[in-house]
Design a protein around this ligand. Sequence first.
Ligand SMILES: [Fe+2]
Length: 239
Amino acid sequence: MIDLHCHLLPGVDDGAVNDADSIVLFKQAIADGITHMVLTPHVHPGRYENNRTNLQAPFVRLQALLAEHNLDINIAIAGEVRLSAEVLSMFATKNLPFIGKFRGKDVMLLEFPHDGIPPGSDKLVDWLMQRDILPIIAHPERNKAIMRDINKVGPFLERGCLFQLTAMSVTGKFGEKAHEIAHRFLSNGWTTIIASDAHNMKHRPPVLSEAYECIETQYSADLARQLFIDTPAEIIQLP
Ligand SMILES: [Fe+2]
């Protein structure tokens, strides 16, 4: 399986705290059957000052660390970009991180604030699309506005945004409401990929297999393959 959203790069956000922590998380991911991970630290101006350029050095360091520990997993670096005015300046300085490509556009993992969708978010999406950047909305099923009214997702569906559900929402571990909304995304055919959004071993581990089984049982083996393997492989352009 391929995980396109996780916080395993140590020391840069609220995910893996240090090298030892990161190693434990990668071991768990490998044991779960994850073969590729795109690391997506928070790119959240004012909170986590990460960007495409300054994440390179810690990423290269991590690659060496994994090799040292003989951990057999393919990793790449991107980011989870918080919706903010700074997106415009990060674009100008070529500092927006992309997780891959889809339909000829650069794919950017875009996160709304958890408590709602700020006015003008649709305009920012238009602005990105005009620049050949295709947002994949991170965990819409956990956004309070969408949890209250699923129709709030309409403007983003209309614009052709992609959607990433979190594995633990699919299995019900993020509560009943997130579970219900996740399955409405699934039955409506709105889901592009499912990812772990892993942060730590205790509450948010890098585990996809449980959600994979859930999709296989409740929907189909084909859909599971599409959401966890085929579409993420297409986005990261695996041969
Ligand atoms: Fe995340």
